[in-house]
Design a protein around this ligand. Sequence first.
Ligand code: KG4
Ligand code: ZN
Length: 337
Amino acid sequence: MQETIKILGIESSCDDTSAAIIQDGKILANLVANQKIHSTFGGVVPELASRAHQQNIIPVVHQALAKANINIEEVDAIAYTQGPGLLGSLLVGSSFAKGLSLGLNKPLIEVNHMQAHILAHFIKDNASIPEFPFLCLTVSGGHTQIVLVKDYLKMEIIGQTIDDAAGEAFDKAAKMLGLPYPGGPLIDKHAKDGEPNRFQFKSGNVGKLNFSFSGLKTNILYFLRKEKEKNETFIEENLADLCASIQKCIVDDLLKKLSHAAKEHNIKHLAIAGGVSANSELRNRLMALKEEGYFPHIPKFEYCTDNAAMISIVGYYKYLNQEFGNIETVPNPRLKF
Ligand code: KG4
Ligand code: ZN
């Protein structure tokens, strides 16, 4: 058995360019270049994202190697995001990874971005590590899934959104409140000073394990329109209460479905992952489930939103299984697992 395994991870599925080095499950470097340009447009502009990835990818990989204090020749394999994500963005990371693999004669490892969010829990500096089988509520800008995780690379989706993702619901609500993109973290921030029971909003009713957030968007839109007719400065005057009430509605729904899944599958270890798992209300309320006999797990803050550390940990487990990819594999914006 090889003594130490070092993997270079590359993430470029949406609007963050990231590179990480992992050594035997321990992160040596995890660099993320955020693309500020999209906030001007109120959402990610795919063409601008791929151009920014092209500019960022070489400096980010260089900085990751420098931070980890290793030479590129010391890397055992190159793991990259194959999908899901934006095609143009995925193409930049995958082409770069393939070029490196050919040039250095190192194996390539293809990584599913959604699996990576979940396996971020196994990076060694997290506060706790889930035991198999566990349930993971993966909540990001593009996905909302309840996943039954049987092993590192064996997982099954048992519930998901039928329309908007939870992160998308946060971002669209924020936009209606006049907050810039991405609005999720800003709703979280303003909600801290607000009263969550002041306004009643409703998410869709689509069964015990699935989610629907597109009706919530319309619900908020009509409510704000009506209130603004009476008082033009309604949003400004009630921003904190609005944020707290919207956040409560989304988090209530997420946790209700997760609890249902936990009872149905008789599973005690519960995890959250993806960008929305950075939400303080969701984190606090998941941790409070300890009192009900559950073992809750929240990832370290920097492993919630998109990052390459999570890509490199999947790379590490695939390397141990000798699951290598090849140069012919194309990125897949709708990749499933
Ligand atoms: O996983 P991620 O970084 O990218 C995707 O794969 O989509 O998730 C981004 C999403 C955005 O919708 C963003 O608003 C949301 O995560 N997000 C949050 C928070 N931090 C990020 N939503 C609510 N509260 C937060 N603190
Ligand atoms: Zn993500």
